[in-house]
Ligand binder design. Structure first.
Ligand SMILES: Cc1cc2nc3c(=O)[nH]c(=O)nc-3n(C[C@H](O)[C@H](O)[C@H](O)COP(=O)(O)OP(=O)(O)OC[C@H]3O[C@@H](n4cnc5c(N)ncnc54)[C@H](O)[C@@H]3O)c2cc1C
Length: 356
């Protein structure tokens, strides 16, 4: 007979690992599944919003996190082609804005979940989930009481459970490459150009992360754009991801719920995605742990929906004008230079995004 788990978590990104860790520490029997072979690469800007420190403190993860190779960012520059429009110094931040390789970060959080008692199986692709709690995978079937879909922006769980909103026509593709750059400062460089925008930051030593969000019409040429600003850059290995934006999914049905990007995708520019994934995981688990009887499931889902809405309201709304601009590369390229004339409001938006 198949072994039964209290919760099966699909996807071992930040949302899935965090949810598993909290559930296991609360005494639940948790199975965490991922299709990738860990540690695995992840298309990301590799920057962690300073608000994550509050979570590390809450779950006793500060010392362990600090052992990982990382860079404390010293500032944020908004650039338009070769010109710097604005620099925000991070000196006054109480907690550091961290740049860290997602391959290292995600593998670390999985290890912390395992230390907390989670059973983790990688190289296991989830194919179908059922409301009975059955999970069909590439290596066999598993049985859970709850299923948490933390399988990212193209979530199989969301599609299977009928939670995914119809696809929006997304005209943008996300690109990312790691590179060696001598003499790179410790600022996060957010650059606008006619085809889209990019982020560049040191992750550790001379290793840096360069990512871009490009209009899909020009998406074959991230290297050409990179060479425009760094003429001596060798050919890089580029990874891509799509869609960049999509409509939010319904958060759950019965005992199948969604967290992280599977529930709602956050605009890459604001650097909130990982924090948002961690927090949505915590909110979902809090509601699940309150359920003592079957009749309480629907109420728990309502609570999660309310908390999630509040999270989106507080985290996502402050930058809505920015997001409106970013959805169209031409629009952003034309209007972004105006921020020179509004340093006050722009600084306030940045403050809200980084939680100060
Ligand atoms: C270009 C770009 C730059 C970004 N930069 C930043 C940034 O600097 N800072 C930031 O905070 N956010 C950034 N983000 C957003 C951030 O990457 C995501 O919000 C974050 O990774 C979401 O975490 P998650 O755990 O929900 O999903 P993911 O990290 O996507 O993890 C999902 C996991 O599910 C697994 N999986 C998927 N399907 C299956 C399946 N069928 N079976 C089993 N496993 C499966 C995958 O292998 C993966 O490990 C960026 C996004 C883009 C596109």
């Amino acid at each position: 007979m198949t072994e039964k788990y209290d919760v099966i978590v699909v996807g071992a990104g930040p949302a899935g690992s965090m949810a598993s860790l909290i559930l296991a520490r609360a005494g639940k029997k948790v199975l965490l599944l991922d299709k990738a072979s860990f540690p695995r690469h992840k298309v990301c800007g590799d920057c962690l919003n300073p608000r994550i420190w509050a979570l590390w403190k809450k779950y006793g993860l500060v010392d362990s996190f600090k052992t990982l190779p990382q860079t404390a960012l010293e500032g944020l520059r908004i650039e338009h082609d070769q010109e710097t429009l604005l620099r925000r110094n991070f000196e006054s931040l109480k907690e550091s804005y961290i740049s860290i390789d997602r391959e290292i970060f995600d593998a670390w959080l999985v290890q912390e979940a395992i230390k907390s008692g989670v059973v983790f199986i990688h190289e296991t692709r989830v194919q179908t989930v059922h409301f009975s709690g059955k999970v069909e995978t590439s290596v066999g079937d598993f049985q859970g009481d709850w299923i948490l879909g933390a399988d990212g922006r193209n979530s199989v769980v969301s599609r299977n459970a009928g939670l995914m909103a119809p696809l929006q026509n997304c005209r943008r593709v996300g690109w990312q490459a790691h590179l060696e750059l001598e003499n790179l400062d410790s600022d996060l460089h957010l650059r606008f150009f006619s085809e889209g925008y990019s982020g560049l930051s040191r992750i550790h030593d001379q290793k840096a992360n360069l990512w871009m969000v490009l209009d899909s019409k020009v998406s074959g040429i991230p290297q050409k754009i990179a060479n425009r600003y760094f003429p001596h850059l060798p050919a890089l290995v580029w990874h891509s991801i799509t869609p960049v934006n999509r409509r939010p999914s319904a958060l759950g049905k019965g005992k199948i719920w969604l967290i992280g990007d599977a529930a709602r995708v956050v605009e890459p520019f604001t650097g909130e995605g990982v924090y948002f994934a961690l927090l949505s995981a915590e909110l979902a688990v809090k509601s699940i742990l309150n359920v003592k009887r079957a009749e309480e499931v629907a109420g728990a889902l309502l609570n999660y929906q309310r908390d999630h809405e509040l999270l989106c309201h507080s985290q996502i709304r402050p930058g809505f004008i920015l997001r409106w601009l970013l959805r169209s590369p031409e629009r952003a390229y034309r209007w972004i230079p105006l921020i020179r004339y509004f340093p006050g409001p722009v600084s306030r938006i940045i403050n809200r995004l980084i939680g100060i």
